[in-house]
Design a protein around this ligand. Structure first.
Ligand code: SF4
Length: 373
């Protein structure tokens, strides 16, 4: 299929009238077993592994996923930590605490405050930082981000961005400044639902967002992280399209490390009620299906998930975990805090999480990249 694909939109178009329910209906146990044995699983194998029938085979899936994980990554688990520097936003997304319609405490860190937060986080020893803002281009503009990166690179060896989508030329400036990774979630691949939950602001532009990881890759970022917000739309379709998108990026940008995250909706300001619910069993199934379909994919799990659940995922395919996270601006230094973007569930310190990773027989990795500028 990849030979004929010029653009990920071709893949979305190809599946526009595909009947997922009818496909899942006809998958039997033998189909799942065959898909598990494939050295090079196809998109149909991926669907088989996402099917309800595959829930009878989670243990076999876990064995294959673990083998793939150990073969490609070894017994290691990388840690990263998020830093929110601004929570102003000019978009209205129904599910997000930072939405412009929410009357929350807003905060935009000064240079001095960014430095203080950086020093506080650096005490944990984690060297991979995820830098976040709301989508307010005029407040957290390119210049502000470059100043922030300049400060942060003194304390961290790898900086990834999770801000508003930008043009390639702006990404190049950030890359030259020291950013090496880009996170951008499509939230959902269902264009109708996308319109319904992105009520106003630049984020309403589905296609511009869809092509963001490619602009980032062309600008020279070495790491791309994508995903959906599970709960917005049909869970299995979003799992399928996020996997297909990741595969498309891996095939097209061989020099990039591509990862998937599996955020599911948590409580945030505004009381959004999701139409769909991703339960723990299906969450694990999707994660295993990703790992089997794409043995070399990175998989990130954040502190949205509760501690005991995260611990049980170690060794099943997760390559990166956030630790010690705060989702409010100014949250690490602890003075004059703002409203968080969403509630986190794993409140343990970095030390506590490191202890668990070691107890499970894995090596926590604080640094595997050094900014090369
Ligand atoms: S999801 Fe992003 S763009 Fe939407 S309201 Fe939240 S911060 Fe703003």
């Amino acid at each position: 299929m990849s030979n004929r694909v010029r653009d990920f939109l071709d893949i979305l178009d190809k599946f526009e009238s595909f009947d997922f329910d009818a496909y899942f209906e006809q998958v039997d146990d033998e189909d799942v077993r065959k898909s598990l044995k494939k050295a090079y699983p196809t998109w149909m194998d991926f669907l088989n592994l996402l099917s309800p029938k595959a829930q009878n085979h989670l243990e076999e899936m876990a064995l294959v996923a673990r083998e793939n994980y150990i073969r490609h990554f070894g017994r290691v688990l990388q840690l990263y930590i998020p830093l929110y520097i601004s929570n102003y936003c000019s978009s209205d997304c129904a599910y997000c605490g930072f939405s412009k319609k929410n009357r929350i405490k807003r905060k935009h860190l000064t240079k001095e405050e960014i430095e203080k937060e950086a020093k506080e986080i650096a005490k944990t020893g984690i060297k991979h930082l995820l830098l976040l803002t709301g989508e307010a281009k005029k407040i957290a503009d390119l210049n502000y981000l470059m100043i922030a990166v300049d400060i942060l690179k003194k304390h961290f060896s790898s900086i990834s961005l999770e801000v508003y989508p930008m043009d390639e030329s702006d990404y190049k400036k950030l890359k030259n400044c020291g950013v090496d990774g880009l996170t951008v979630y499509q939230e959902t691949y269902d264009q109708e639902v996308y319109k319904q939950v992105h009520l106003s602001g630049e984020k309403r532009d589905f296609l511009y967002r869809l092509k963001t990881p490619e602009r980032g890759a062309r600008a020279g970022f070495r790491a791309l992280n994508i995903g959906v917000l599970f709960g917005l739309s049909d869970i299995k379709k979003d799992a399928f399209f996020s996997g297909m998108h990741a595969k498309y990026l891996m095939d097209k940008f061989l020099e990039c490390e591509v990862s998937l995250s599996l955020p599911r909706i948590n409580q945030a300001e505004g009381d959004f009620k999701p139409n769909f619910y991703l339960n723990d069993k299906e969450f694990v199934q999707i994660m295993l299906a990703y790992r089997i379909f794409m043995p070399q994919i990175g998989i990130n799990i954040s502190t949205r998930e509760r501690a005991s659940f995260r611990d049980n995922l170690i060794g099943l395919g997760v390559t990166k975990m956030s630790a010690g996270s705060k989702t409010d601006v100014g949250g690490y230094e602890g003075k004059d805090k703002s409203t968080p973007q969403f509630e986190i569930s794993d409140h343990r310190s970095v030390k506590e999480i490191v202890k668990v990773i070691k107890q499970k027989g894995y090596q926590p990795v604080f640094k595997d990249w050094e900014i090369g500028i």
